[in-house]
Write a protein that binds this ligand. Sequence first.
Ligand code: GCU
Length: 407
Amino acid sequence: SCSVMTGFAQPPVNYDEAKVGVYQLPPLLITNSKTKVRSSSDWDHTRRKEVLQLFKENMYGQFPGPDAEMHVVMQKIDSSAIDGLAISKQVRIYLSKGENGPYIDLLLYIPANTTQPVPVFTSLNFQGNHNISMDENILISQHYLDFLKFKKADASPTRGVQERRWPVKALIEHGYGLATAYYGDLEQDHADGWETGIRTSLAHQLHIKPADWSAIGAWAWGLSRILDYLQTDKNVAATKVIVMGHSRLGKTALWAGANDPRFAAVISNNSGEGGAALTRRNYGETLSIITKAFPHWFISKYQSYQDDVNTLPMDQHMLLALAAPRPLYVASATNDKWADPYGEFLGAKNAEQVYALFNKKGLGTDQMPAPDMPVGNTIRYHIRTGDHDVLLFDWMQYIKFGDELVK
Ligand code: GCU
């Protein structure tokens, strides 16, 4: 999933820092009415809303409000998961009245030895909950089977296939819970996915037309519904839920964090183009490439910037700034040039000005750090040695970050 889709005429992908081009970022701290943003209150009351609106109108689309019809059914509880270290709960979150409409299957692990509510990482997964672990108790995702059917792919069991990305035991041992769900529960990830996803099935209930939001919007909205549930679970510390995502789901985590201030911290792992990386930098994937390969991720308006990204009224440092003043972590990987690691670093760097309004420290350096050397404070960054992926090294940094800033 890391190569350019063929069949589109594209200029060659640039990987030469000397050819990135000259660009000027839109000012983050000047309001639409040309006044300077001088304080955290100017940010909160005026500029933050304007910036959020820019991303809604030009990129990810609208973000509907809470779901009045949401209700949950506990499907399975295992009080001795992970060799007795954890409790697992599988909760079906119905998004409309009754049980015939769309639903999210949430898998929640909680440390077994705690009587206190715990902080929780929440993150969508790519291939169904049963993919994150060999744990036999995890129910096979029906929506993932539906997706395989759509793809006409072999539906053989795929339990634990993405286990390396989900070090559940390490999280549990450090006192964290993990809440995950399959992103395809909200919308299948292809150009026509909206037809069978919540953008269609909930259009009436949420008062929004499918084209007024996007796949990333639907996935991010699902994260907020997961948070609605988590805030009702007595084992979860309601104000300590950290949203995290990898790659396209890293873009999604950033958008969820931007819209939903209840998330205590936001983590982008290798989110790249349309995520943490500056769009104006011509390096690796570009706006033109991503909107042709994955048109459904964004509203159609975003395609109108294909020929000149410099006309965008925003850039991705402004999305990162919407996490402020909450802890924000941006991570890259050395081999993931497609995601433009330096562009991700600069996205984080340029978000610092908003954190400064809240007296929060950012990266603390202008220099791209060496591989595997995390930098920063309330905004953090690292570039891990290796491929486009999320590995134990990344998670160990997120745990440390959580320990220092959320727990
Ligand atoms: C593709 C896409 C990226 C995306 C990635 C992923 O490579 O071009 O924008 O982040 O898939 O989700 O793995």
